[in-house]
Design a protein around this ligand. Structure first.
Ligand code: HAS
Length: 549
């Protein structure tokens, strides 16, 4: 890809890893506080550290990395960006970064300890919400720049289906744009007037619902780029082709349809929403599981088909034909493996009644560490190993590959220990998000920590291993950015592995975005209109929700 596009992509990836470095350090502090091994100095608050940890890793690291990856892949598959697309991408980057810095300053100043799910009644300073609004606007400009690049390609290639990577990028961006409407509405019309003191109250239930309208598809905004790597990059690395182009496209379309009207599954215990609407959104949540099951099927299909082409026999012969010594593959395979318990946990969470057991417990913390914290984050790590050398024109040396293996294996062990412990503690009843990490030495609480895996030590060891692994990753990033030897011959040059995809059988209507956007809005209207209007109607008179809506 062109030098200018490389610079753009690299800048995003570097910002992602700056956030990763600080965010993982806050994570280390978390486990020590929970272990009662660390008392924070008086100028640092528990919720402040927790907010920084969540915001830096879940929101900032992911978003910058995703845009770095999408920019690289779009430039690789559709050709170099034109000057306009590049200009708007940089404008998007600058606004996103301005918003990020403003939000971080507010967190560091102790004026925004509202956690990464910042819904009411917690209140931050008005400037924090301004920072968040800028962040979202910046990503929109980015998104439209990438969409513009795609539209130009489509005009030059009339009646042709776009390459799979581009199709998946556009699906991800459509999902992101529609999802953000909820958070933009609550930030602009509820939080900013409330936090700056222009109104006295806020409609809490409405703010939470608008947040989760955004908050659930947000997790698919993280997941879909990982799925892009699984569908498009993994087959190339293992020497195969995309299993089924239409299946891959359909699964992304299903995410556009079903990932948004499901936010109530985060609010099943809230009294302000009637059971009927909760149940309806629970059913829709089970619909959004389908594209993930399709992805699992497709992955097994790719492995088996490629394995058999290489001479594998029997039911599991393909397993031994996979390129285990290639860290680009192994990292992504482990990431997929973690998503089996991660996804199963999600299904448990989404089951209306079972949610009663796990809601607001450490189980949920365990769940998101084996969804966004491993399948997604480790896929991004696996991409980093070759993407940075690809963008910098440096070599992926043998010693770096060895370190990369140690990094992903240590991350897996750390995550396994920490998240297993969190899941068990959660089932026993340990609440999440409490600064009383020792649960005030309550005898019942102390019993939770008596198990072999469910004890503070496991969590602390797991968290420490994770931090060391993160530092190793930072070293790898630094090395491949600045110090690894330059690739001088073509053989040494790192490739962008993108598998071939057979377009012949793919129906053209899959790329008719307006059909999917209209159905998505119809489903959203169906799932949200009545419950939201009920919330607005029942908002306490005088509240900002009552006045604004
Ligand atoms: Fe979740 C809470 C339900 C997926 C992230 N989730 C959270 C929170 C986060 C999060 C961050 O219904 C906490 C928010 C907070 O702070 O309050 N989640 C689901 C469901 C899914 C799901 C149904 N979550 C994710 C993903 C995330 C993520 C993905 C991040 C990226 N989640 C919930 C619910 C809650 C929740 C409730 C609220 C709980 C509460 O009460 O607070 C589904 O999308 C999962 C479907 C996935 C599968 C797995 C498919 C498996 C694949 C791997 C194949 C493997 C291969 C390798 C090929 C069905 C694709 C094979 C190798 C071998 C050797 C065998």
């Amino acid at each position: 890809i062109s030098i200018d596009d490389r610079k753009l992509a690299l800048t995003n990836i570097v910002f992602a890893y700056i956030a990763f470095l600080i965010g993982t350090f806050c994570g280390l502090l978390q486990v020590f506080i929970r272990n009662d091994a660390l008392t924070l100095p008086s100028w640092l608050d528990y919720y402040q550290v927790l907010t920084a940890h969540g915001v830096l890793l879940a929101l900032i690291f992911t978003t910058y990395f995703i845009f770095g990856f999408l920019i690289s892949g779009m430039s690789h598959s559709l050709g170099a960006f034109g000057p306009k697309v590049r200009l708007f991408s940089w404008i998007g980057f600058i606004i996103t970064t301005a918003g990020t810095l403003l939000a971080i300053v507010e967190i560091l100043a102790g004026r925004a300890s509202v956690l990464y799910t910042f819904y009411a009644p917690l209140q931050a300073s008005g400037w924090y919400y301004v920072g968040l609004a800028l962040f979202v606007v910046g990503t929109w400009i980015y998104s439209f720049a990438l969409i513009g690049h795609y539209v130009k390609w489509k005009k030059q290639h009339k009646k042709q289906l776009s390459p799979l990577f581009a199709f998946m990028t556009i699906s991800t961006l459509i999902l992101w744009l529609i999802a953000c409407l909820g958070v933009v509405a609550t930030v602009l019309f509820q939080f900013i007037p409330w936090a700056f003191g222009w109104v006295d109250t806020i409609n809490v239930e409405l703010s939470r619902s608008l947040f989760w309208y955004f908050g659930h598809p947000l997790v698919y905004f993280w997941l879909l780029p990982a799925y892009m790597a699984w569908y498009v990059i993994v087959p190339k690395i293992i020497g195969g082709r995309v299993f089924s182009d239409s299946l891959a496209r359909l699964s992304f379309v299903l995410f556009i349809l079903f990932s948004i009207p499901v936010g109530f599954h985060h609010q099943l215990t809230e009294p302000g929403i009637s059971s009927f609407w909760k149940f309806l959104q629970t059913v829709l949540t089970f619909m959004v599981i389908i594209p993930s099951l399709m992805t699992a099927f497709s992955m097994f299909g790719t492995f088996e088909k490629t394995g058999r082409q290489k001479g594998a026999t029997g039911l599991f012969g393909w397993f031994f034909k996979l390129p285990w010594k290639d860290v680009r593959f192994t990292s992504l395979f482990i990431a997929m493996f973690f998503f089996i318990p991660g996804g199963a946990g999600g299904i448990i969470n989404a089951s209306f009644q079972l949610n009663e057991v796990i809601h607001n417990t450490l189980w949920v913390v365990g769940h998101f560490h084996i969804t966004v914290g491993t399948p997604v984050a480790m896929t991004f790590m696996g991409l980093t190993f070759w993407l940075i050398p690809y963008l910098t024109g440096r070599r992926l040396t043998k010693s770096i590959q060895k370190l990369a293996f140690i990094q992903v294996i240590s991350w897996s062990i750390g995550m396994l220990l920490m998240s297993t412990s969190q899941h068990i503690l959660g089932l026993l009843g340990a609440p999440r998000r409490t600064a009383y990490a020792g649960y005030m030495k309550d005898p019942t609480a102390l019993e939770w920590f008596n198990g072999i895996l469910s004890n503070h030590v496991t969590m602390a060891i797991g968290g420490t291993i994770l931090f060391l692994s993160a530092m190793l990753l930072i070293y790898i990033v630094f090395n491949t950015l600045f110090f690894a030897p330059k690739a001088t011959t073509e053989k040494e040059q790192v490739e962008f592995p993108m598998a071939e995809s057979d377009l012949e059988q793919t129906p053209k209507y899959l790329e008719n975005w307006w059909i999917w956007i209209c159905i998505a809005f119809a489903l959203i209207a169906f799932a949200y209109t009545i419950p939201l209007s009920e919330m607005i109607h029942h908002a306490p008179p005088g509240s900002s929700g009552y006045k604004t809506w």
